[in-house]
Design a binder for this molecule. Structure first.
Ligand code: 5AD
Ligand code: SF4
Length: 465
């Protein structure tokens, strides 16, 4: 399931846009849509397409579910905790639907590709009208029309690895844009649900990506983040001779003042060709998010990660030869089935050796249908929590030290928004570190020189120079 690459034709997307126009004509008065997004940046990017379609259907946007005529919940399946939150929030919509029985409730995203969740929703969440997997997003208008006209529930699990061009996007940020370059995953890490929800890897054609990047730059976007579950394997499935490194070079060559970011990279596809492109391209961020997951060779094998700690450390050394002050961040899973104290100590050793700038840490979450779900998992949640707390404590100290080294330096920062603190703006360095800086709103969307004066574990603080 999910193996077949299917390119959706421009004619098919035109048909969907025609359906949007029909829905727009059918509804007499002004209606509002709420799109609620969970999970990763890929989901954020998908929500921009959902909003693009909704806009074409004549819906305005709201963030209040009581006002919404349609609520779209774009879900994440990567950990159980997120799923429970989503189910709780869907349940809470019972009240809004009682007030407004015509309200349409849509559940999409990765949970909508999980059979057990779809069954649960069918049976116990009668308020949900439409559910479709990520691969079916391109035909959201058609599915919604069936619900509206037929007054019946629609469930679409999908089955093909679709690639679609031409779905409208509704981007609202103005400074930062997501640009999805590929979708899906071929790696089958044993803990991960993504290959089952997003199907096999498929890359968009480079011409389409470069045209979209050009358009974003001409619209004034200052930061373009290239997205893929496995972004650096971009192009492996196409016979077009454009690797991810080449794609970075091609986007870097577009005229304009902007920064290129990308995520997430798998160590197995992190090549010297990529490191060289990162070094050579002025607009490319000097940052690599390189998930380690574990520092234990035994656990890495059980995770099917296709590298061991020596190979990973070799990559880090090589990258630092190319870009000595590169910012490195990572993901680590604590408490994978059977992870012992010794395995955890191996992870700690790698963490202390690499000295990441920042880390995202997760306690292993069992995902039905993945190989790891069937593995013996003898350790308790409390035992795992002790490891988790220790890892965070050590990493926080490292992050703070690394941030401390910025003090006194002047960084080029893209100012991208307002901080919660009044009169303070937020921005990112070329390495992607968060910077807070007291400044006037007019600087949003501009690059500024910022002298770093202070820091904590999560962010830098500075003043304009
Ligand atoms: N349990 C815990 N963490 C997970 N991740 C992916 N699947 C699981 C799981 N089953 C983490 C990985 C990945 C990040 C996006 O989420 O660290 O890199
Ligand atoms: Fe969550 Fe992964 Fe799906 Fe993103 S791709 S929404 S992280 S399960």
């Amino acid at each position: 399931m999910g193996n077949r690459r299917i390119e959706i034709s421009s004619g098919q997307i035109e048909e969907q846009l025609d359906i949007c126009a029909q829905i727009r004509a059918m509804a007499g008065e002004k209606r509002l849509a709420m799109v609620d997004t969970y999970g990763c940046q890929q989901n954020e990017a998908d929500s921009e397409q959902l909003r693009g379609y909704l806009f074409a259907m004549g819906y305005g946007q709201t963030s209040d579910e009581n006002q919404a005529d349609i609520v779209v919940i774009n879900t994440c399946a990567v950990r159980e905790h997120a799923e429970m939150r989503v189910l709780g929030n869907i349940g809470a919509l019972t009240h809004t639907k009682k007030e407004n029985p015509d309200q349409i409730i849509v559940v999409c995203g990765c949970m909508a590709a999980e059979k057990n969740i779809v069954e649960k929703i069918k049976k116990s969440y009668g308020i949900v009208d439409l559910m479709f997997a990520p691969s079916e997003l391109w035909r959201f208008p058609e599915l919604l029309k069936t619900v509206i006209e037929g007054k019946r529930r629609v469930f679409e699990l999908g089955g093909d690895a679709t690639v679609a061009e031409g779905i409208p996007h509704l981007r609202t940020d103005g400074v930062k844009a997501w640009l999805s370059v590929m979708n899906g995953c071929n790696n089958f890490c044993t803990y991960c649900i993504v290959p089952y929800t997003r199907f096999r890897e498929r890359s968009r054609r480079p011409e389409s990506i470069i045209a979209e990047a050009r358009e974003l730059v001409s619209q004034g976007y200052r930061e373009i983040t290239l997205l893929g579950q496995n972004v650096n394997s971009y192009g492996n499935d196409l016979d077009c001779g454009v690797s991810f490194a080449q794609l970075i070079r091609d986007i870097d060559a577009i005229d304009g003042d902007f920064v290129i970011r990308f995520m997430t990279s798998h160590p197995k596809d992190a090549t010297e060709e990529l490191f060289a492109a990162m070094r050579d391209c002025k607009k490319c961020e000097k940052h690599l998010h390189l998930p380690l997951q574990s520092g234990s060779d035994r656990i890495l094998k059980a995770m099917n990660r296709r590298y061991d700690s020596a190979k990973y450390l070799g990559l880090v050394d090589k990258l630092r030869e190319y870009i000595p002050d590169v910012v490195l961040t990572t993901d680590i899973i604590v408490g994978f089935p059977g992870e012992t104290d010794e395995d955890f100590e191996d992870t700690m050793r790698v963490v202390e050796r690499v000295r990441y700038d920042a880390m995202f840490t997760f306690i292993y979450s069992k995902r039905a249908g993945t190989p790891a779900a069937a593995m013996d998992d003898p350790f308790t949640r409390e035992e795992k929590q002790l490891h988790f707390d220790r890892l965070i404590e050590v990493q926080n100290a490292i992050s703070e030290e690394k941030h401390g080294a910025y003090i006194g330096k002047t960084e080029r920062v893209l100012i991208d928004g307002r901080d919660r603190e009044k009169g303070v703006l937020t921005g990112r360095t070329i390495g992607g570190r968060l910077v807070r800086v007291p400044a006037d709103d007019s600087l949003i969307g501009h690059f500024a020189g910022v002298e770093i004066t202070d820091c904590n574990t999560w962010a830098l603080r500075g003043k304009l120079v």
